[in-house]
Design a protein around this ligand. Structure first.
Ligand code: HEM
Ligand code: HEM
Length: 170
């Protein structure tokens, strides 16, 4: 028996975001048109996800997974002591990771767009901001995937499969 956790939009946006970022990364400056198109797609996905975080289904809402710092800290301590509670939606650490990932994609996409405008084109700080935010995003993605694998092993459930079919055991 499994229950529905991730609605279809959450799943489509997640894997769409992964695809858009992969394409933007691979295209790079060599295929700049493709790079920009994929970057805008990623920005669009983030915008839709933010709206869905307010009006979406139960576990898609920010209110469901953004916890106070004290609770995040307690959860982190519990993880270190191998006694953290399982969560049906995002856990307290994962919830902040969601925000960090969305923010890093937004800053990367917006700084990329800025670089194409007449006013900001060629400015060193815009170029730096774009590269720095892109690499910050990569670091966050590495931590994100590590967290997903760690939590999957810890609670003996396949969280990646749950992001594909939307279901988890209750
Ligand atoms: C470009 C790389 C990635 C980005 C930007 C990204 C971003 C995100 C975001 C924003 C969420 C929150 C989902 C939501 O509530 O809408 C999420 C969740 C999730 N992602 Fe990713 N992700 C990436 C790559 C991956 C990869 C490669 C995997 C597979 C190993 C993965 C597995 C998951 C899983 C399982 C969840 C749900 C976590 C949970 O159970 O709480 N992600 N990701
Ligand atoms: C969110 C997805 C994006 C990622 C991960 C990303 C990543 C990167 C990276 C790593 C570079 C440096 C490439 C290199 O050193 O070879 C770069 C360059 C560039 N990107 Fe993006 N980018 C994204 C979105 C965008 C968008 C939306 C635009 C504009 C519409 C854009 C415009 C540019 C331009 C013009 C350059 C070359 C100029 C420079 O060096 O800053 N990017 N991008």
């Amino acid at each position: 028996m499994k229950v529905k956790v991730w609605d279809p939009l959450v799943r489509v946006l997640h894997w769409g975001l992964v695809a858009a970022i992969a394409v933007a990364w691979i295209a790079g400056e060599t295929w700049l048109r493709t790079h920009e198109a994929a970057g805008y797609a990623a920005l669009g996905i983030v915008a839709v996800r933010v709206v869905w975080g307010v009006v979406g289904s139960a576990h898609a809402r920010f209110g469901d997974f953004v916890s106070r710092p004290a609770r995040v800290w307690r959860y982190a301590v519990d993880v270190v002591r191998s006694r953290e509670a399982r969560h049906l939606g995002h856990n307290p650490l994962g919830g902040w990771m969601v925000l960090a990932l969305l923010a890093s994609v937004a800053v990367t996409g917006l700084s990329g767009w800025l670089y194409t405008t007449d006013r900001f084109w060629g400015l060193a700080w815009v170029d730096m901001l774009h590269r720095a935010s892109a690499w910050t995003m990569v670091a966050l993605i590495v931590l994100h995937v590590a967290g997903v694998l760690f939590t999957s092993l810890r609670h003996r459930e396949n969280l990646v499969a749950a992001m594909l079919d939307g279901r988890k055991r209750p």
